[in-house]
Design a protein around this ligand. Structure first.
Ligand code: PXL
Length: 280
């Protein structure tokens, strides 16, 4: 049997237009060579970051029924990766699914997609943040940006900071229960940004160029590429580095096209990601 062929479950919304969540995770994970099963948390006409008047169909009530069916069929997963979720109640179902449907020792990776640039996304409140903190608490790897880490841990958000602020922020996310924290968007100097990996083995930093501030959809591209690389046997640090390089390439591919403000053009660079995973 080919034990390197993994069956992963990803739980996040379908934003029909907008290059985020499942329309990003599914192609990226597939390109990384994984059977990718999905549990959609909601269906939106677009994402909520810049469009107005979008539709939102909450799928919370379908989730336990879908999970029950999978259990009857004895379906289980080699990994679970969660992203944008629709409601606090839904997060509690997701917690149950994670514990019921994962194979023993399968990693759970939680991207608490809920905030950026110091602010929560449209529609989220303190109760949602508290529920997300409960989910992050049972994760093997949490993938917050700085804003999300601040909300999760009740830490003051800062635009400029030093290494001790970042170390304390990561320590607090791990104190919630996450075994490793991969903190994105950590910039100590002009024109550079990077990602911090903080866990049992200490803290390390991968720095790379910063092309622009807060490009939409890059968090989901980053998280999906990270999961794809990690489940292919890369170390957490190498997966964080490969995902960062891929995300930078996607931003470069997109910059200069003002009509494409809502996401990044990640598709044509998928062969580059697959190659980095093979050889990087
Ligand atoms: O990229 C994160 C994301 C996912 N899904 C929806 C969103 C956002 C960010 O705004 O609105 C629906």
């Amino acid at each position: 049997m080919d034990t390197s062929y993994k069956k992963i479950l990803t739980v996040q919304d379908i934003s029909c237009v907008g290059q985020c969540s499942l329309t990003v995770a599914l192609p990226i994970l597939s390109a990384c060579g994984m059977e990718t099963c999905i549990l959609p948390s909601a269906v939106l006409s677009t994402h909520t970051g810049g469009f107005t008047g979008f539709t939102f169909r909450d799928l919370t009530d379908d989730m336990p029924k879908i999970a029950d069916h999978w259990q009857k069929e004895k379906i289980s997963f080699d990994a679970v990766y969660t992203g944008y979720l629709g409601s606090a109640r839904q997060i509690d179902y997701v917690k149950r699914i994670v514990s019921d449907l994962m194979k023993p020792d399968a990693p759970f990776i939680a991207d608490p997609a809920m905030a950026d640039a110091g602010k929560l996304y449209y529609g989220f409140d303190d109760a949602f943040v508290a529920a997300m903190a409960r989910l992050v608490a049972v994760s093997d790897i949490a993938l917050p940006n700085i804003t999300e880490a601040c909300f999760l841990t009740g830490t003051e958000y800062k635009e400029t900071y030093d290494e001790s602020y970042i170390a304390e922020l990561c320590r607090r996310v791990c104190a919630l229960g996450a075994k490793t924290t991969v903190l994105t968007g950590v910039s100590y100097r002009e024109g550079r940004t990077g990602v911090v990996v903080y866990g049992r083995d200490g803290m390390s930093y991968y720095e790379h160029e910063r092309i622009s501030k807060g490009c939409h959809g890059t968090g989901d591209v980053y998280a999906s590429a990270f999961v794809g690389a990690y489940l292919n046997g890369k170390t957490i640090y190498d997966a964080a580095r490969i995902a960062a390089d891929y995300t930078v390439s996607c931003i470069k591919e997109t910059q200069g096209d003002p009509d494409h403000w809502y996401g990044v053009k990640f598709e044509r660079l998928l062969p580059e990601l697959a190659e980095a995973i093979r050889n990087g």
